[in-house]
Ligand binder design. Structure first.
Ligand code: GLY
Length: 359
């Protein structure tokens, strides 16, 4: 038993006691959850930079009394449904065979539960399926064909997630991948050199992570992605792995990530960030410490530049239970979206370990 009542619990008890009805002293946790005290926490919602609309939507719901998990899922659904975001849901860049495979996770702070799906095909809102894994199974993670069967059992409709644009991107990658296969990029009668492959092909690891604190001070989060573009079928990144791509502790805060999932899978940084915050670090400091950990842990020369720095980027976003938030990345540039109750969200700079030189 803690001798000191946590500030949040104190505020909760005070507010509920203030509601009268003869309620006083410590209340059972279940009752605290059911009672709806007036707004005593300043809600906040943060996300990766592609979450401007998602955070605005989530905040709108939170201000209407929604639970943080309902809000963040509704927020990221906007991005999952958006054919123009090719890193998440519908229109996400496919695997090497041209099939879109999606990963997602959710965590609900007040009940301490989580759910996730990985390598899910043909369902454009994996975040909603992840939530059902949490709520309607005794499991935490479902993958592949099993996840699809589960989604269909709950009434999700299968649909083709490949848009014309993402198919064209995939075809460009495929045709330029090698000069030793039979897939040829566009060429004409004059062409001598059929190409050396596009070294600059975009291997997107875009993702959306969104976390929020609602008016009751409850914290939840969600991460959803189509993962690394043109991946080996079955490749799973950090997004659906609780502790890596997302972690929530209702008494501490939440953290999530975007960027190179392989690096984050080897460091499980989201749970580390929450633990750093528990030890008193600010969200930004905690995110920077996670970046440092990845940099220190990356030893394969193929992943390092001539100064020994990782060549890839990983971005972290975190919010603590006081509503303070921050983001950090290995390399400068990334920003994160935040909404503290305004009609429009804004983007803030992430802290970074290394400054990217402009070329
Ligand atoms: N961070 C997303 C992924 O690597 O799949």
């Amino acid at each position: 038993m803690e001798s000191k009542m946590k500030r949040r619990e104190f505020l909760r008890s005070t507010a509920i006691a203030g509601m009268g009805a003869g309620l006083s002293g410590a209340l059972p946790h279940e009752l605290l959850g059911q009672l709806k005290p007036t707004s005593i926490f300043k809600p906040v919602c943060i996300a990766s930079s592609n979450g401007l609309q998602a955070t605005a939507k989530a905040m709108q719901m939170i201000l209407s009394g929604a639970d943080a998990l309902d809000a963040v899922i509704a927020g990221v659904n906007l991005v999952e449904d958006d054919p123009n975001d090719n890193s998440v849901g519908y229109g996400g860049l496919p695997n090497e065979d041209g099939d879109v495979e999606l990963d997602a996770s959710v965590m609900h702070g007040p009940t301490g539960r989580g759910g996730a799906v990985a390598s899910l095909r043909n369902i454009k809102n994996p975040s909603r399926v992840a939530r059902l894994v949490m709520e309607r199974t005794d499991h935490v993670l479902l993958v592949g064909a099993g996840a699809l069967r589960f989604a269909k059992a709950h009434g999700f409709k299968e649909e083709n997630l490949l848009t014309d644009e993402s198919r064209r991107e995939w075809l460009k990658w495929k045709e330029n991948l090698s000069t030793d296969d039979d897939w040829l990029p566009p060429h004409n009668i004059e062409t001598l050199d059929i190409g050396e492959g596009i070294k600059s092909a975009v291997r997107n690891t875009g993702t959306i992570n969104c976390c929020a604190i609602d008016q009751r001070g409850n914290i939840s989060g969600c991460t959803t992605t189509s993962g690394l573009a043109f991946k080996i079928p079955g490749r799973v990144g950090d997004s659906p792995i609780l502790g890596a791509g997302l972690y929530v502790d209702n008494d501490v805060g939440a953290a999530g990530s975007t960027g190179r999932g392989e690096a984050n899978l080897l460091s499980c940084s989201s749970v580390m960030i929450v633990e750093y915050m528990r030890q008193g670090k600010s969200p930004e400091q905690a995110c920077l410490m996670a970046c440092q950990r990845i940099a220190a842990q990356t030893k394969m020369k193929r992943l390092l530049d001539d100064k020994g720095r990782p060549t890839f980027n990983v971005n972290f976003y975190a919010v603590n239970n006081r509503g303070e938030h921050g983001g950090a990345a290995i390399w400068s540039g990334p920003r994160y979206a935040v909404n503290g109750g305004e009609a429009q969200s804004r983007l803030l700079e992430c802290a970074y370990l290394y400054k990217r030189e402009r070329r």
